[in-house]
Design a protein around this ligand. Structure first.
Ligand SMILES: Nc1ncnc2c1ncn2[C@@H]1O[C@H](COP(=O)(O)OP(=O)(O)OP(=O)(O)O)[C@@H](O)[C@H]1O
Length: 823
């Protein structure tokens, strides 16, 4: 990004100014960059520009400072634009052309002839081997029409934009010039045509913006790549106050059009320089032909220099001041020039079919070509392009329209954002007022005796507890997913100790290489890990709750073939016994306080459930899918019975996990997924997952029903199925390498699961000894042993539960302020 170069130039006082105004001037030089300006009211202001050219400055100085660096850049392949701006008679044309293109002497030569020489000098001075061509075009904008000064018949040239060429003028005459003399002769003709035009069209002198375009194309033998730089010189029509000139009729119309296009130029500059930092605003390039042609020069792909021409006379102070202010503002424009490369040479001799998008036009032109001579048809094409009847294919990639739309869209979105922010602020304010009102009403209700209503109290604390996920104790019911040693203690066997974790007593009795979901949830509540109800070793402390979950437990009552006798109903009975015993003990005196929960904790504690997986998975060994689906209501009836029992005993906070995607467990895939047609896109057994989904739907309905039945309770349903399915489907995103295969097992990929040996076991079959060993890094695996999840996977699941997004009712709106994620 670079700022544009802005210079001011003051011409000498002319004879009229000397005579009429007594040599009085409005500027006082400070240095080559700064001067003091005195306005009509004699008020002084300081102006600074990149360079100030005072009355005695030479044409060569202006060229050296303003144009020469630009010429070098253009020859290097950048775009450049030089604009002369100022009041009529301020010296724009003198600066640009000098006192004549061809005949004036060295001293008075303007920028144009010097630039022509500079371009050829630069091209020829380089040692690098290359071929180059210089093309010249000249147009003027008069009354908002672009006229070709090398071919006066082209009176309305269109302005187009393409990705590769930027802004361009389709059909404009381009003259290839081979040396400075040829270039100057052509420029001189163009300038003469301007005068011819003035006479033909009854134009007032200097009432048009004159634009010179040099296109330099170079092909380097080094890499055969073509660079092209475009230099645009703009001699603007004079800015002036209409009323001061007393113009009328056509001259007045011209003045108005000029002022319109100059004020469009001012608007573009304002938009470019007033836009808030970092915000994109609409730049009205399309408001005039002038600004559209200068689009690249103003904030686009070009280096730009502006020469503000002024009269130093006090009589013209007001016009000069406005010119200087214009320059000062333009100084802030930033442009982003870049090297222009084209990989392939454009084929200017391409056929009508390739030039035009419109197929019918191409067909007509092809037929015309057969009948008429090629030149006539070419002429016809050009006329059509000028009149906008046909479009050059390259102009089809009009990007500005899209840009404009995008900008409009951005500002609409910004406005919508602002409105939304205001609404959010307003809602926040209303919310805090409402909260204050609720608090005040609560206080008054309590003081008016409402505290006697236990239902009312419970409802209030249920609401607040659910939001905070903070409870004094947890009573957990479930299977191996949350068994913290119950089955092992109850049946007197040992589960292989976890690998090196020191946060459990050994053995932990957990079916995992570390912590379970329930462990992570306890952690989040700042509570200790739950002791198993049946684990009497080590003087267990049950003050913060008790875990009745037992591996292999089912909701339905155990049968003689069940692995685990502690089904849900038994677990609930155990709880009742536990509670009765705890109350008995606390009634005996305070010495038991530190081992068992007190009465109020049974009411305030959280009752967690994670059970049902074994009812479904076990059923697949003897039942069809339909039979299993049909049995779900019976299973859930048993669950409902147990929950109601607990409610009757004073439980009020229920936290119910649904069941996970059973079909993705290696144990079930090994047994029921040997036929690939039984597997879904994740490689999981479809029927098992279907059973799990149906179970979950009905479990969810049961939770809703219970909540309705017990308005003083708080029932939360947690969608473990979605969390686990998402984890398996997107395992690598969460840092896992194995979505299905077990870490601890036997058999190797794809499942590393053998039902004959469980994790840690060694067995001999037909003289061969096999061991189910743990993998090196269990954190790469989701499945620990083919049935249970690894600690890392459990941690992920717990973290998702605690986002509050997977529960009904959700509590994500309370996150992350009230929940501590502490793992
Ligand atoms: N630096 C200068 N030194 C000597 N004479 C100058 C200088 N600048 C301008 N002049 C003279 O002042 C007169 C007006 O200048 P010029 O035609 O360049 O103004 P202009 O800004 O192009 O006006 P317009 O907008 O009407 O085209 C001319 O006669 C020109 O020769």
């Amino acid at each position: 990004m670079s700022n544009i170069t802005v210079c001011a130039r003051f011409r000498p006082l002319n004879s009229r100014e000397k005579q009429n105004d007594n040599n009085s001037v409005c500027i006082r030089c400070r240095d080559s960059e700064t001067f003091i300006f005195k306005d009509e009211k004699d008020e002084e202001s300081v102006f600074s520009f990149d360079r100030v050219f005072y009355e005695q400055s030479e044409q060569a100085d202006v060229y050296q400072f303003l144009a020469l660096p630009m010429v070098r850049d253009v020859v290097d392949g950048y775009n450049g634009t030089i604009i002369t701006y100022g009041q009529t008679g301020a010296g724009k044309t003198y600066s640009m052309e000098g006192s004549g293109i061809l005949e004036c002497g060295e001293q008075k030569k303007g920028l144009l002839p010097r630039i022509v020489e500079g371009i050829f000098d630069s091209l020829n001075s380089s040692d690098e081997k290359k071929t180059y061509s210089i093309n010249l075009s000249m147009v003027e904008i008069y009354m908002e029409k672009v006229r070709d000064l090398f071919d006066l018949s082209k009176v309305n040239i269109q302005i187009k934009e393409s990705k590769s060429r930027g802004i361009f003028l389709p059909g404009v005459t381009e003259i290839t010039v081979l040396d400075p003399v040829e270039a100057l002769q052509n420029l001189s003709k163009g300038i003469a045509n301007r005068t011819v035009g003035e006479t033909q069209m009854n134009m007032a002198s200097s009432r048009s913006h004159c634009i010179y375009i040099f296109t330099i194309q170079q092909e380097f033998s080094r890499d055969k790549r073509t660079r092209f730089g475009k230099l645009i010189l703009v001699d603007l029509a004079g800015s002036e106050k209409v009323e001061k000139t007393g113009a009328e009729g056509r001259v007045l119309d011209e003045a108005k059009t000029i002022n319109k296009s100059l004020s469009a130029l001012g608007n573009v500059i304002n938009s470019l320089t007033c836009g808030l930092q970092g915000k994109t605003s609409h730049i009205p390039y399309r408001d005039s032909k002038l600004t559209r042609i200068l689009q690249d020069a103003l904030g686009g792909n070009a280096r730009t220099a502006l020469l503000c021409c002024c009269s130093p006379s006090a009589f013209n102070a007001s016009e000069s001041l406005s010119t200087l202010r214009f320059g000062a503002r333009a100084k802030h424009i930033k442009s982003s020039p870049r090297l222009n490369y084209s990989e392939e040479k454009s084929d200017t001799s391409s056929s009508a079919a390739s030039l035009f998008d419109d197929e019918s036009s191409a067909r007509i032109l092809t037929k015309l070509r057969e009948k008429f001579n090629v030149e006539d048809v070419k002429f016809l094409e050009e006329l059509f392009i000028q009149e906008g009847i046909l479009f050059d294919l390259s102009s089809v990639e009009e990007e500005s329209d899209i840009d404009d739309l995008t900008l409009q869209m951005i500002s609409l979105l910004q406005a919508a954002m602002e409105k939304l922010t205001a609404t959010v602020d307003e809602l926040k304010r209303e919310n805090s007022i409402l909260r204050a009102k609720v608090d005040a009403s609560m206080d008054s209700l309590f003081h008016n005796g409402a505290e006697n209503s236990s239902i009312f109290q419970n409802m209030i604390s249920a609401m607040s507890n659910a939001a905070e996920f903070k409870y004094p104790a947890v009573f957990n019911f479930g299977d191996s997913n949350s068994d913290t040693g119950d089955l092992a203690a109850g049946l007197g066997f040992q589960v292989a100790p976890p690998n090196g974790q020191d946060y459990f007593k050994i053995p932990s009795g957990r079916f995992c290489d570390g912590r379970l979901i329930v462990d992570f949830l306890m952690d989040a509540m700042d509570l200790p890990f739950l002791n198993a109800y049946l684990d009497s070793l080590g003087l267990p402390n049950f003050r913060k709750g008790c875990n009745f979950a037992a591996a292999a437990a089912t909701i339905l009552p155990a049968t003689s073939s069940s692995l685990c006798p502690f089904s849900f109903g038994v677990q609930v009975s155990q709880f009742l016994r536990f509670k009765a015993r705890a109350l008995e003990l606390t009634a005996k005196g305070r010495k038991f306080d530190k081992y068992v929960p007190d009465e109020n904790v049974f009411e305030k504690g959280l009752y967690m459930f994670d059970i049902g997986q074994n009812d479904l998975a076990g059923a697949f060994y003897s039942k069809t899918l339909d039979q299993i689906l049909a049995s779900i209501p019976t299973i859930l009836l048993e669950l409902e019975k147990g929950i109601k029992n607990l409610y009757d005993q004073g439980a009020r906070y229920f936290w119910i996990h649904n069941t996970g995607p059973l079909g993705c467990l290696p144990q079930n895939i090994a047994k029921f997924g040997t036929d690939a047609s039984k597997l879904d896109e994740l490689g999981c057994v479809s029927s098992h997952n279907q059973a799990a989904k149906t179970f979950n739907l009905q479990l969810h309905a049961l939770c809703t029903k219970l909540q309705g039945q017990y308005p003083d309770s708080n029932v939360t349903y947690v969608d473990i199925f979605s969390i686990k399915s998402n984890l398996i489907a997107n395992f690598s995103r969460y840092g896992f390498e194995q979505p299905i295969m077990a870490c601890c097992g036997f058999g190797g990929p794809p499942l590393n699961y053998d039902s004959r040996v469980s994790c840690g076991e060694t067995k001999t079959f037909n003289g061969t000894t096999i061991t189910a060993q743990a993998c090196n890094d269990s954190s790469e695996y989701i499945s620990w042993d083919g049935i249970h999840y690894t600690e890392t996977a459990n941690q992920y699941v717990a973290s998702q539960i605690l986002t509050g997004k997977y529960s009904d009712p959700p509590f994500s709106d309370k996150m992350p302020f009230l929940l501590k994620l502490k793992f």
